[in-house]
Design a protein around this ligand. Structure first.
Ligand SMILES: *Cc1c(COP(=O)(O)O)cnc(C)c1O
Length: 370
């Protein structure tokens, strides 16, 4: 469904560069489509230069302008609360300690490394965990910076998995992407390459480019991690983008962030994960919202996340249920969270809670020494 831009021919609508060139970035432009709330107008004004605003025509067209609480509107249009004194004081710019010695490189787990290759994004998500980089403007890393990161990987044989993120890593030109992929693939100890990209959600037209898909396919195995947060984001365009990736042998996994007012509702989450399975995307993580400066108002309680996890069990195929995880402060890593299904234990006797809520006694013993 295209709520706005109905006069734009389908051929242009399907063009990624048209979507990027025609991003809406000002109050005046935005007002042509949506009657802004006072806190949104003030929000755009007060976040200028600090947490800038941009939205693709495609993503904007998913907003129901009649609904001030529309989940896409909340994710994409700034509100004054982002610069509220209390909200600002409660968050940290880099709550997960990503910044280290080499600009753009975070090496937390021995076998995996995270590369941040650009500050550019198609849409500046208001809940972004890297909101700190918004004020740096829209710039890709230089060749020298990229080479430094790649040399680091070369010198660390324990690295098996390179996770390329940003900003929006797949906003880089095909040439730049090919350069990075080629250089990483030359390193023998690297096994897989992953992209953390939100383009399947914000501008799925990126994946309608066969030359680009040729490059991704060439440097296989490549995995995609994307970021659908709400069932309204699963459109025929998103489905086509995912389908084109899958046909090239690139699996697509999803990371949802639990966001107050956007998706902190068991029924909405169930619909989201069910729709993701329909388009063959595996829900990998449900992240608890990090305490990011300028975004902490999206945080819910941990109980809300556990309630959603409990609700999903028994209502959705097991592989459609993501791991609920929270990132510990100071870069201590991710921790999975589950409702407690083991209610009591005495020796080999266990009392489990079933998916229907029944308490079931079960004796479990080892019975054989081979
Ligand atoms: C989340 C994260 C990863 C990847 O973790 P997975 O559980 O493998 O998806 C790697 N490096 C950093 C710094 C991370 O925050």
């Amino acid at each position: 469904m295209r709520r706005f831009f109905q006069d734009v021919p389908e051929e242009l609508w399907r063009s990624y560069s048209w979507q990027i060139q025609n991003r809406i970035k000002s109050i005046e432009e935005l007002k042509k489509y949506i009657k802004l709330l006072p806190e949104e107008e003030e929000g755009i004004r007060k976040t200028r230069g600090l947490y800038p605003f941009a939205i693709t025509p495609y993503y904007l067209s998913l907003i129901n302008p009649e609904n001030p609480k529309d989940p896409i509107r909340l994710q994409a249009i700034p509100r004054e609360v982002e610069v509220d004194e209390k909200i600002q004081s409660l968050g940290e710019p880099d709550a997960l300690n990503e910044e280290g010695e080499i600009p753009g490189l975070t090496h937390r787990y021995p076998d995996r490394v995270l590369l941040n290759v650009t500050t550019f994004c198609a849409v500046y998500c208001r809940h972004c965990m890297r909101k700190r980089i918004f004020s740096q403007g829209e710039k890709a890393r230089t060749k020298e910076e990229i080479d430094r990161m790649i040399n680091y990987i070369k010198n660390h044989e324990e690295i098996k998995d390179v996770l390329i993120s940003g900003g929006e890593p797949l906003s880089l030109s095909n040439e730049k992407l090919e350069y990075i992929l080629k250089r990483i693939r030359e390193i023998k100890h690297v096994e897989i390459i992953r992209f953390g990209t939100r383009l399947p959600v914000l501008a799925p037209q990126r994946f309608f480019d066969d030359d680009f898909l040729d490059i991704l396919e060439k440097y296989s195995p490549i995995w995609i991690n994307t970021h659908f947060n709400h069932p309204n984001e699963i459109t025929e365009y998103a489905e086509e983008a995912v389908d084109r990736l899958l046909r090239r042998g690139i699996p697509v996994n999803n990371q949802t962030v639990l966001l107050k007012g956007v998706n902190d509702n068991p029924e909405i989450m169930l619909e989201l994960f069910r729709k993701l399975l329909r388009i063959k995307v595996k829900p990998q993580y449900l992240f608890h919202c990090d305490p990011i400066k300028g975004a902490i108002h999206f945080r819910t309680s941990v109980d809300k996340g556990l309630e959603i996890m409990q609700f999903l069990r028994g209502k959705l195929s097991g592989f459609g249920i993501p791991t609920y995880a929270i990132d510990l402060p100071n870069g201590k890593g991710k921790v999975p969270l589950l409702p407690n299904y083991l209610k009591k234990r005495e020796g080999d006797k266990y009392w489990f809670e079933s998916f229907t809520g029944e308490i079931v006694e079960y004796e479990i013993k080892e019975v054989w020494e081979p």
